[in-house]
Design a protein. Sequence first.
Length: 644
Amino acid sequence: MLESITMCGICGRINFDPNGTSFGRNTPVSDDLMHRMCDTIIHRGPDSEGIFNSQSQISNPKSQIALGIRRLAIIDLTTGDQPIHNEDKSIWLVLNGEIYNFQELRDGLLKKGHSFYTKTDTEVIVHLYEEYGVDCVKHLRGMFALALWDNNKGQLFLARDRLGKKPLYYAQTDRYLIFGSEMKAILANPEIKKEVDLDALDYYLTYYYIPSPLSIFKGIRKLPPASYLVCDANGAIKIERYWQIDYRAKHSLSQKEYCNRIMELLEESTKIRMISDVPLGALLSGGIDSSAIVGLMARNSSKPIKTFSIGFGETGYSELKYAKLVAEHFKTEHHEFIVTPKVIDILPDLVWHYGEPYADSSMLPSYYVARETRKHVTVALNGDGGDENFAGYPRYLAQKLMSLPLARILSRMANLLIPPLGPADPKSFFTRLKRFTAVAGLNPAQRYLVWQLCFNSAYRQKLYSPLIRDKINQPSENYLMDIYNHAKADNHLDRMLYTDVTAYLPEDLLVKMDIASMANSLESRSPFLDHKLMEFSAGIPANLKLKGFTLKHLLKKSLKGFLPDEILMRGKMGFGVPISRWFRGELKGYLQEILSAESIRKRGYLQPEPIQELIRQHLAGQADHGARLWALLVLELWFREFID
């Protein structure tokens, strides 16, 4: 019987023995420091704290190391406390996440002679490591960030799940390695300096986020998704990637067989994520993906599913009517919330939680819906990953259309004729049309890049102050272009899917949901991101995902008769925020105050003149700079929170 699955925050520190000195061997990690590190991530695990310290818990430690954890109990029985150890206490582990196939793994380990003192998924990893070493992660099905100390080998083992749902940061010098689920745990160590990494800043102003392995601070790095890090007692580290999705090998099934297999995999993925002894619900946007998850939950539950939706007062941004339709169709216990532009008080808290500049404005509704949902449940399933698996973004269709010679000619004509009607709005027909037609003369990789950009290279050069302009070492556009051009894929749709799964999904969307949910001590689970489902989906021919002008063709066929036709036939709205309108209305004064010329000039990183021009154009309705201004606003708030 399952006894403990936990969502948590983890942290730790190992002191090395540099150059044959006695620093690492004789300088223990203090429990007071570990308590301070754990306190910085208490929101990720408010239920309990656990600390392993080699100084007091191993008779002959090969290094001075400590592991810490803050626990959010999901299956709240007595044997779930961490850290977890093996039989002779030579191996210790802390885990943030869930291993959905742990019972199967446990049964196999019992047959091999391993003994267990708990019934947790965490202890399974300890014995799996004894059998397979670092390859143990290849056997895990779930989402996780883990840290394991092997005193026999004198090595620390860190790992993240395949998709990167759970974060892991680290900082290393010749005297120590420190790690944590959030940068704040690392910053609790007095040796860590808050020196801004200018290359990371350039990435942020390129993509709205900072991709791994960079972080905003020079001395702190992110362990990439699907990777593990091994560090010995002398400080030598090795980082390896253990999984990568591949779109080149295709299945050969009939459409009916594809549909049946998709539903089988998605239902199984949903069922194993419904295991919980605490209240459980679902985030319901009213789109296809979250609606499918709600329907499958309802089919596998003996009582009504609790569903939670968020909307806006502005026309064109609220999906509440569709969410209500799905809730009524599956007879859920439904809750709705309306977001208003009164976000000034919450923004500094959000900036603190994210820890580094992060500019996806849907962080706002994600945080609000998580906060309201947590009042009712502790675990919530969502529809994340459906677009990346089955081709749901409009840019996939735009790429296809732009590849047609006639379309490129017409788009150039349209780009000249599109009128500047009224205040530019990101959801207006003309704004969207202009965005897509502006890339008509570019190749597919360049088009994909432009659709992802915040500021292009030329504009960033205008933004930067002379003091930092020459200190940025690499063109950040190469990051996304390299992924696209070297994708394990044979056509442009699969290249886009590969790039989204490798970059946009883990570095933007999953960061957003992890922080928004864990800031509210809410566990978020994503059935579409099960790696078995994703590997099968990668083998589906591209022309069945995007057929003609129909996005998600095969997924829609799979859900025909299961979801209401009105849900299957509607276009994609996305989890957008009317930030452009807010900046021209209720948030106008706040925007002008935070991004004043005086504030920007005093900060010293950016030039005030181009920023003031962006504000002027946006307020005059000459252009839509809402997303860009949001990125600059968040950046200044981050400086105030973490640097000032």
